[in-house]
Design a protein around this ligand. Sequence first.
Ligand code: SAM
Length: 269
Amino acid sequence: MIKKIFAKKSLGQNFLKSKIILNEIISAGEISDDDFIIEIGPGKGALTEKILETGAKVLAIEKDSRLISLLEEKFETEIKNNQLQILEEDILEFDTGNDPPENFKNKKYKLIANIPYYITGQIFEKFLTADNQPELAVFMIQKEVCDRIVARDNKESILSISVKAYCEPKYIRKVPARFFSPTPKVDSAIIKLQNISKKTFEESDASEKDFFELVKTGFSHKRKVLISNLKEWAQKKGINLSEKFDQIGLDKKIRAEKLSVQDWISLLK
Ligand code: SAM
């Protein structure tokens, strides 16, 4: 018998109750039966069930022990058939190199999840910078964060550049708060991260550390133009900024929010 489980706010538990939205996540994930999917936070299994219907294999990682027994009961058959493995673990502790399933290292996988919003940034960082990156990710996240990542207002930020350095983020759709139970205070959105790779760094020979140091310096004072923010950085590196801007065709009045990932790489070279 499935017992009633009350949602824990501290674990970001807002369960999806819209079949339409669940289907849109599946279709954004382009899931087929030979896919291997990692689901973060299966909760009560609404999304897990839809993923399993595609025939894909699923590793579902859930931190809340109360939900584990519920999931094991609900998906008894799929677990027996080895289509589903449930792991009780904090996703931030999950080791993409060593944790189950066997031979996970270098295995292709997709991440599909209605993630707990309180660790959105950490999840993005963990998987985008991992040695074994996912080939694709579809996440439900807070709408405001989604807007910033895709720069819907055409203003880039440290966040959007940090994500775009590793993939092409695509806004799929808004998901109003009423589609969840309990109803959260904010609206959500589905984001798709495609073409995930480290080619920005591999092709340019730029180190991730230098890249992010430069981007953070460039955004340090919002009201200042980029060239002012980079003054000290350039002095330390012995770079003539004015010449550099001319060389790569950047307007000297440009602000950090107008630069693309490639512009930052050009500055670094
Ligand atoms: N997938 C379900 C759905 O769509 O209805 C639940 C989504 S709910 C927004 C987030 C889920 O992540 C919850 O089940 C919560 O317990 C789980 N969770 C929270 N923090 C976690 C963590 N650090 N590691 C793994 N799961 C976590």
